[in-house]
Design a protein around this ligand. Structure first.
Ligand code: GLP
Length: 240
């Protein structure tokens, strides 16, 4: 595990460059994408690089980590909507190659074939991750088995509280989600994780220094052969 302590602007640009390097070196790159506020700067840099002609997404396939159960893709807090708004609508990607788990309709059958779909696409070349204040990655809450594949899960009170800032009212936050599992994530060939701000300090400590335990889902990343952590001083403050 490599840890880089940087300022926000450098985190955003260096992580975007990691993506660009992978995309430009593969014929059919497969990207693992995340939502949340943390990757927003990275996506803005990718949009810029695409407009400047430094990278093309024409041959790229993407798989997103997770989705809320009960939200249509057109809901402004759904992760499909987030990805369209913050990345896909602004780059030269073929939208039919962008995969986001479904939260409505026959979402269970889709969820069950998701890991197979990733495998058939060649596996994820590079996966970006954020982190929850309780140490969750994607929606793998504390207690999720390390060998989990894509599954449905209940959200913890902490996550519902954290994510309520993006909804009109906490009562509107879905209580369930579908998510790639910890094993699905560990299967990615390369992982880059971003965490900034004091609210993430405890999770970042568990990620880097803590014991590898299912109570701190992100700690499994200590076992990944190619994982780089991008943090700012505040998120890193308990590790020093
Ligand atoms: C949600 C997402 C996670 C994300 C986390 C942190 O729970 N499912 O993938 O990492 O929020 O979000 P933020 O980056 O906004 O702090």
């Amino acid at each position: 595990m490599i840890v880089k302590v940087l300022k926000q602007a450098d985190i955003d640009s260096q992580m975007a460059e990691e993506f660009i390097k992978v995309i430009n070196s593969k014929k059919h790159p497969v990207l693992g994408l995340a939502t949340g506020t943390s990757p927003l700067g990275v996506y803005a840099n990718l949009v810029k690089a695409n407009k400047e002609g430094r990278v093309s997404f024409k041959n790229v396939t993407t798989f997103n980590l997770d989705e809320y159960v009960g939200l249509e893709g057109t809901h402004n807090q759904s992760y499909r909507y987030f990805m369209n708004e913050n990345l896909f609508n602004h780059i030269d990607i073929d939208k039919s190659k962008t995969n986001v788990l479904l939260g409505v309709g026959d979402y269970v059958s889709f969820m069950k074939k998701y890991d197979k779909m990733i495998e058939e696409a060649g596996g994820i070349d590079i996966q970006i991750l954020g982190i929850g204040s309780d140490g969750h990655i994607a929606f793998n809450e504390p207690g999720t088995p390390f060998d989990s594949l894509t599954h449905e899960t209940a959200l913890t009170e902490q996550t519902i509280k954290d994510n309520s800032r993006l909804f009109n009212d906490i009562s509107e936050v879905p209580t369930r989600a579908v998510t790639m599992g910890l094993k699905s994530i560990m299967n990615a060939r390369k992982i880059i994780l971003v965490a900034t701000g004091k609210n993430k300090a405890k999770a970042v400590y568990g990620l880097i220094k803590g014991p590898i335990t299912e109570e701190m889902p992100c700690s499994i990343l200590q076992k990944h052969p190619d994982c780089t952590i991008y943090v700012d001083e505040e998120a890193y403050s308990l590790v020093k």
